[in-house]
Design a protein around this ligand. Structure first.
Ligand SMILES: CC(C)(COP(=O)(O)OP(=O)(O)OC[C@H]1O[C@@H](n2cnc3c(N)ncnc32)[C@H](O)[C@@H]1OP(=O)(O)O)[C@@H](O)C(=O)NCCC(=O)NCCS
Length: 432
């Protein structure tokens, strides 16, 4: 398929604005293949990066040099040991890779400059020799020895995009070639990035002709073990390093065809996305409630009832609707709950009684519960989630991307109760 055949529209401004508070000040590590820097759509990728910066997202750019290295080798009629930095690097290859890295990073910096963005290259990556692998000397191939997070954070805090090349110096100042996929993955973990985004010039991951748009890391690990042959060769290293980054704490990794117009913004700001998103199993602490949980749910929600943030529900009524509750458990204790009620029409689901015990608040538990409940509602066929809240409307709108609605957004059967209960809650909704 050519890039023209699957051009997509960039996400509209309204769609983007909804996500702005969610990602403000977050770090995104973008790994650009050398072939993408050489591609005609690269100018649009730079524009997308400018949009991310204008939304106060901190961007780190790592680039590869595979295509440029191959071109240099061809031009100089020289044989190289490996264009992609995945195998050993002999002296000639290192020399050409260094030349290619200078060209690519200057090109990126020129593009960023044209878009009014501040950027810098630096020696924040210290390398070490890989040495022997299976008895074979990897020569000038390197691994990451140390990442200078103080330097990177200073650059990011002064609105500067670090541009990282795949050639890094060892403690002694020896240049070594590092695989750019690995570099990006290690940077994402060291800088606590929310996203690691690999941008390639390949179609996204597909298995049996089905594009993989959204999958938990465990599924990708399974694929790596049992169906490696189905992963295109040039995506294998990205898949492996996505898994590594997620297992080291990066919540999301994306593999994206950068030839598509607006790919980056669509992937980040559109519910569906157009690449492959891999996510960590954030939700392992969430489970459906059982009758034995009714007492704990009643107890933890009593504080919310006293503060008038939650509506009074007796333990009996909780028991009677226990199948509608989800709970968040830590070390065998319930620390949070949410009620998910699907209305008769099936199209609308109400998210209610969200409560996180005070000690666990502000640690992302509430957001995960709401996201989980929305995903569950969607799985059960609902098109819209609604919430009514007296004290947490900003939590729903700023943290969970809900929009403010009116009483008219409620299902008819809920409107009457709303009018009579006198709580004057704000109505919020999220289209699923
Ligand atoms: C609202 C509640 C569920 C949020 O859960 P949480 O685990 O603390 O929230 P998270 O850690 O996922 O999110 C934290 C973010 O939410 C914001 N937030 C939390 N409660 C908020 C509130 N009541 N109003 C506005 N913002 C709020 C925090 O400021 C923080 O913002 P930041 O990420 O920009 O710093 C929890 O505070 C709670 O149980 N509150 C009392 C009960 C309640 O009001 N429930 C809603 C009834 S439907």
């Amino acid at each position: 398929m050519t890039s023209d055949e699957h051009n997509v529209k960039p996400t509209d401004l309204r769609g983007i604005l909804k996500y702005v508070p969610m990602f403000r000040e977050h770090v995104f590590v973008l790994a650009l293949d050398g072939s993408l820097v050489a591609h005609e759509n690269f100018q649009n990728v730079l524009l997308d990066i400018a949009v991310l910066r204008s939304l106060n997202i901190k961007v780190v750019l790592v680039h590869g040099v595979g295509q440029q290295l191959k071109a240099l080798a061809k031009q100089k009629q020289t044989a190289i040991s490996d264009p992609h930095g995945e195998l050993k690097t002999d002296a000639v290859t290192l020399e050409l890779a260094t030349e290619a890295a200078a060209v690519v990073s200057l090109e990126i910096m020129q593009g960023l400059t044209r878009n009014g963005l501040r950027c810098a290259t630096c020696n924040g990556v210290r390398s070490k020799e890989i040495g022997m692998v299976k008895g074979e000397d990897q020569l000038n191939s390197g691994a990451v020895d140390k990442l200078d997070d103080v330097l990177f954070n200073k650059l990011l805090d002064t609105d500067t995009i670090p541009v990282i090349t795949p050639i890094a110096f060892s403690r002694e100042g020896t240049p070594l070639r590092i695989n750019s996929d690995l570099l990006a993955s290690e940077l994402a973990s060291k800088l606590n990035a929310s996203k690691l985004i690999y941008m390639t010039t390949q179609d996204g991951l597909q298995i049996n002709d089905q594009p993989l748009t959204n999958l938990p890391v465990a599924n990708l690990e399974g694929l790596l073990k049992s169906a490696t042959e189905q992963i295109p060769e040039r995506l294998l290293s990205k898949v492996e390093h996505s898994v590594k980054a997620i297992n080291a704490g990066t919540p999301r990794a994306h593999i994206l065809d950068g030839r598509l117009f607006g790919a980056l913004l669509n992937e980040i700001f559109d519910k569906v996305g157009i690449g492959t998103m891999v996510y960590s199993n954030d939700y392992q602490s969430i489970r459906r409630a059982v009758t034995a949980d009714a007492h704990s749910i009643y107890n933890i929600t009593q504080n919310g009832v006293r503060a008038e943030s939650l509506r009074e529900r007796s333990q009996e009524s909780i028991e009677a609707t226990i199948a509608d509750y989800l709970v968040y458990e830590i070390d065998g204790s319930i620390v949070a709950c949410v009620n998910l009620k699907i209305y008769d029409s099936g199209d609308i689901a109400e998210i209610g009684s969200v409560y996180v015990q005070a000690f666990y608040q502000n640690k992302g538990v509430g957001r995960k519960m709401v996201e989980f409940a929305c995903a569950e509602a969607q799985e059960r066929g609902s098109k819209r989630a609604i919430a009514m809240t007296t004290q947490a409307s900003k939590f729903f709108s700023k943290v969970c991307a809900f929009e403010e609605g009116t009483i008219n957004d409620l299902p008819a059967e809920r409107r009457e109760d709303y009018a009579q209960n006198g709580r004057n809650s704000k109505v919020l909704y999220l289209d699923l």
